[in-house]
Design a protein around this ligand. Structure first.
Ligand SMILES: Nc1nc2c(ncn2[C@@H]2O[C@H](COP(=O)(O)OP(=O)(O)OP(=O)(O)O)[C@@H](O)[C@H]2O)c(=O)[nH]1
Ligand SMILES: [Mg+2]
Length: 417
C-alpha cells in the first residue's frame, strides 16, 4: 500500500537533523511492515491542533497529495491522540496510523515464539484499549468524536469489556510461560555461570556479535532489518582464560518505543536486570549513533536497570574510517571498538568481559575425592580453573569463582565450605 510519512514539529523549535532522521527511520519501519512508502514530509506548525494535530489547512494539502500519489495510508511520526487519529481518517479518507502503532504491528508480524506472539498481541490489545478509553479526556473525548452518545457509546463500552477479557486471558497465559522460564532460570542457576546481556538499538549488530562469539554455531537470525530479533536467545560463550558465561541477545530498542510494547515485553526485557554485565552495542557507522545511544539509555532506565556494569561496544568498525570513532564522547564511554562481521576487536572485548565479571571472583582451592567426576565437571563449567594436581586424596583444583559458586561446588564435592 502506498504510504505517506509525515513528521510534524513546532515552528518555535529550531529545525535540526533529528526530524529528518526520525522520518528516515519511519521509512524503514514502514518498509519492514510491508508498506510502500512513497513520500516523506515535514510540516512546521505554529501550534498543535487538538482535533487533527496539524490543522485544517495542512489537512487539505495532505488530501491533495494523497490523491496525487494514490496513497492508501498516512503514518505520523508523532503519537496521535485517539480523537486526532479518527478525525484525520475521516477527513483524509485513508488509513491513518502513528509510529507506536506501526512498531506494534511489526512486533506482531515478526514474533516467532509463543511468548513473543502473545506479548505482541497483548501490546496490540492494550494499545486499542487505550485508544477506546481516550487519553485523559475519557469518555467526553469519545462523544466528541462520534458526535453524540447512544449506540456508539454502548458499542465502545462493549468493545472495552471484550478487550479487557482478552487482555486478562493473555496476561494469564504469558504469566504461565514466565513461571516456566523462571524454573528454567532456576535450573540454569544451579550451575551458575555469569550472565551477560547484549542490548542496543535495533540493527546495531547484537545478533551478529553473538553469532561471532559462538563461532557461528547457532546461526541466530541477523538481518539488515529493524527488529530482526524479537525472541531472546541465550548461548554459552567460552571466556579467554577458560570458564563460561551465558550471553543473551534480545530485542533491539528504538526511539519512542511504545509504552504498551515495553509493558508487554517487560518480562522478556527484565531478564536484563538479572545480568552480571551489559554489553551495549552501538552502530558506529550510523550518523545517529549518539541519538541511538541516548534512546537505549532511556529505555534501560525505564526498565529500571541500574547498577549493572556496562561495556560500550562500538560495532561496525569495518564500515567507518578511524576518525568516526572519536566523533562523540568516547572518553566518557570508554568504548571497545569491534567489528562483529570480521571479528576484529572481539577477542579484546571478551577479555574486557572477563575482567569485568572477575571482579566478583576470588581464589579458592579444593580437593575433590576420587569418584566425584560430576563435581569436577561442574567446577570446570562454572569456575575458572587455574591448576589441577592429582594426589592420593583426589584432584586438587586451584580456581577462581564467585563466592556463591564456590559454596555450591565445595558442597557438591563433599567438602564443607
Ligand atoms: N559492516 C558491518 N555490518 C555489520 C556488523 N555487524 C552487523 N552488521 C550488519 O548489520 C545488520 C544488523 O545486524 P543484526 O545483528 O541483525 O543487528 P541486531 O542488533 O541484532 O538488530 P535487531 O535484532 O533488529 O535489533 C546486518 O545486516 C549485519 O550484517 C559489522 O561489524 N560491520
Ligand atoms: Mg538481532
Amino acid at each position: 500500500m502506498k504510504t505517506i510519512l509525515i513528521a510534524a514539529e513546532l515552528k518555535k523549535k529550531r529545525p535540526d537533523a533529528a526530524g529528518e532522521s526520525a522520518l528516515e527511520e519511519l521509512w524503514r519501519l514502514a518498509e519492514t511492515a510491508g508498506l510502500e512508502p512513497v513520500q516523506k514530509i515535514r510540516v512546521r506548525l505554529n501550534a498543535w491542533n487538538p482535533a487533527t494535530l496539524i490543522g485544517s489547512g495542512k489537512v487539505e494539502e495532505l488530501k491533495g497529495l494523497i490523491a496525487e500519489l494514490g496513497a492508501g495510508a498516512v503514518i505520523f511520526d508523532e503519537e496521535l491522540l485517539p480523537a486526532q487519529q479518527r478525525n484525520l481518517e475521516k477527513a483524509l479518507g485513508v488509513t491513518v496510523a502513528d509510529r507506536p502503532r506501526l512498531i506494534i504491528e511489526i512486533f506482531a508480524m515478526r514474533a516467532r515464539t509463543r511468548e513473543g506472539k502473545l506479548q505482541a498481541r497483548l501490546a496490540r490489545f492494550n494499545y486499542s484499549l487505550s485508544r477506546l478509553a481516550g487519553h485523559g479526556g475519557g469518555m467526553d473525548q469519545q462523544r466528541g468524536m462520534i458526535g453524540g452518545r447512544g449506540s456508539g457509546e454502548k458499542k465502545i463500552e462493549y468493545d472495552k469489556r471484550e478487550l479487557r477479557v482478552k487482555i486478562t486471558e493473555l496476561e494469564r497465559e504469558i504469566d504461565a510461560i514466565r513461571r516456566e522460564r523462571s524454573t528454567q532460570r532456576g535450573k540454569r542457576d544451579s550451575v551458575p555461570m555469569p550472565q551477560v546481556s547484549i542490548v542496543g538499538y535495533t540493527n546495531a549488530g547484537k545478533s551478529t556479535l553473538l553469532n561471532y562469539l559462538t563461532g557461528g554455531k547457532h546461526a541466530i537470525y541477523a538481518d539488515d532489518k529493524l527488529f530482526a530479533t524479537l525472541d531472546p536467545s541465550t548461548k554459552r560463550v567460552r571466556l579467554p582464560a577458560g570458564g563460561w558465561a551465558l550471553f543473551t541477545d534480545t530485542v533491539g530498542f528504538i526511539q519512542k518505543l511504545p509504552h504498551d510494547l515495553i509493558a508487554a515485553f517487560r518480562a522478556t526485557l527484565e531478564e536484563i536486570r538479572y545480568s552480571d554485565l551489559i554489553l551495549h552495542v552501538h552502530d558506529l557507522s550510523s550518523p545517529e549513533a549518539q541519538r541511538q545511544h541516548e534512546a537505549v539509555i532511556a529505555t534501560l532506565a525505564e526498565l529500571e536497570v541500574h547498577d549493572i556494569p556496562v561495556i560500550n561496544v562500538f560495532n561496525k568498525a569495518d564500515a567507518v574510517k578511524d576518525a568516526a570513532v572519536s566523533a562523540w564522547a568516547p572518553g566518557r564511554l570508554r568504548p571497545v571498538v569491534v567489528s562483529a562481521l570480521t571479528g576484529k576487536g572481539v577477542a579484546g572485548l571478551l577479555s574486557s568481559c572477563e575482567r569485568s565479571l572477575s571482579r566478583r571472583w576470588r581464589d579458592y582451592e579444593l580437593t575433590v575425592p576420587p569418584g566425584s567426576k560430576g563435581a569436577i565437571k561442574e567446577i570446570y563449567d562454572s569456575c575458572l580453573v587455574q591448576k589441577a594436581s592429582y594426589g592420593p586424596d583426589g584432584v586438587t583444583l586451584r580456581f577462581r569463582a564467585t563466592p556463591e559458586n564456590y559454596a555450591r561446588v565445595s558442597k557438591r564435592s563433599g567438602n564443607t565450605p
